[in-house]
Design a protein around this ligand. Structure first.
Ligand code: SAH
Length: 359
């Protein structure tokens, strides 16, 4: 019951003062009993949002083609970790593995590992995958075994908690969730201040009320994966919405039944996300001495992977209605005014070149 989570959050605020946004997000999303991913069936047309793998099987299949090429580029190791972070219902991995049947040696070498914190989603993933494949579930990236690793994640980074800082005068104050005079959740400024050295250039000129976001949780995930890839060789592919330049602005949002809602209403019942600052992540990889591949938009990436050809094969011999549906799915994934441009592909690897990323 959401009321229980709301009451616990209010009690926490009464005890410790306003919760920094990152803590509020953690309560809402990750609470074992009432957090969003343990209580909701979030994905798909009937859920709160629809992700690319749920739109079309082509998405996971084309990532399967990418994974095989990345594995070959790493020297086709006879044993490697094939890892997905935040696999949702397991649809992407299922489509990936089906497409990978063209390479028996890839499938034989793959130790399939899913990093998932939600028990409910683990059960859905098992229902989708376990009859055909041997899967290992782990809670955290630290538990990935030492071996060459190919790692993928779609719409995972955007769910990780962020801090927001709001400009007042010359200082940037932590945005926090407190309670108003009626005892309802309300935005307040917390006691934390941003270290101005961590702010993007030009912060002095930003107007009062300007917002800066940072996600130590996201940066820690990428840093840990970078270390794994550096130690063992590997390639990582992240697809998410976000911006390529460091900047200012409030990108925090809550979605319920495909609509934007107030993130302070009904904690645990809406999906809380924010846009990914890819430039912050790129710097982490470069500092590790790994190769960041040139950024691509989702649209360009899928087209380079053969989206149109795959759509043609999938539709051949089918009814006009099915062909039309496949065309619409391809457009939704790749057209700039749909998911094609907002979603970016961020890839890094121990090897220099990685298909299909070129300058
Ligand atoms: N990749 C899927 C689902 C995206 S939703 C798709 O594209 O459809 C985010 C996923 O990340 C969910 O599976 C959620 O349970 C998982 N998740 C959220 N926080 C996590 C964390 N800290 N560690 C591991 N998984 C997490």
């Amino acid at each position: 019951m959401a009321g229980g989570l709301l009451n616990r959050i209010i009690r926490q605020i009464e005890m410790t003062g306003p919760l920094p946004l990152s803590e509020y997000m953690h309560w809402c999303m990750a609470d074992r009993k009432e957090g969003y991913y343990s209580s909701q069936s979030a994905f798909g047309a009937d859920g709160d949002f629809i992700t690319a793998p749920e739109i079309s099987q082509m998405f996971g299949e084309l990532i399967g083609v990418w994974a095989i090429k990345a594995w070959e580029k790493l020297g086709s190791p006879p044993q490697f970790n094939l890892v997905e972070l935040g696999p949702g219902r397991g649809t992407l991995m299922k489509d990936l593995l089906r497409a990978a049947k063209v390479s028996e040696s890839f499938l034989n070498a793959a130790q399939i590992t899913l990093v998932e914190t939600s028990e409910q989603l683990r059960t859905e993933q098992a229902a989708n995958l376990s009859s055909e494949y041997q899967i290992t579930w782990i809670d955290a990236i630290d538990d990935i075994s030492d071996a060459p690793t190919v790692i993928i994640a779609n719409e995972f980074l955007d769910v990780l908690p962020i801090h927001q800082y709001v400009k007042r005068g010359d200082s940037w104050h932590e945005n926090a969730v407190g309670t108003d005079e009626h005892g309802k959740l309300a935005w307040q400024l917390g006691t934390g201040l941003a270290d101005t050295a961590s702010l993007p250039d030009g912060h002095e000129k930003e107007p009062d009320g300007s917002v800066f976001e940072i996600s130590p949780a996201r940066e820690a995930v990428v840093e840990n994966i970078a270390q794994l890839v550096k130690n063992n060789k590997g390639a990582a592919l992240f697809i998410d919405y976000g911006h390529l330049e460091h900047g200012f602005g409030d990108t925090f949002q809550a979605m319920k039944s495909h609509k934007h809602v107030d993130p302070l209403n009904d904690p645990g019942l809406s999906d809380l996300t924010s846009h990914v600052d890819f430039s912050a992540l790129k710097n982490i990889i470069l500092n590790k001495g790994l190769n960041v591949q040139p950024f691509m938009t989702q649209g360009d990436f899928l087209l380079a992977q053969g989206l149109l050809e795959r759509a043609g094969v999938l539709g051949s011999g089918k009814s006009e209605a099915i062909q039309e549906q496949i065309t619409q799915e391809a457009e939704r994934l790749a057209m700039p005014d749909q998911m094609g441009e907002l979603f970016k592909v961020f890839a890094f690897s121990s090897c220099e070149e990685l298909w299909p990323f070129t300058d």
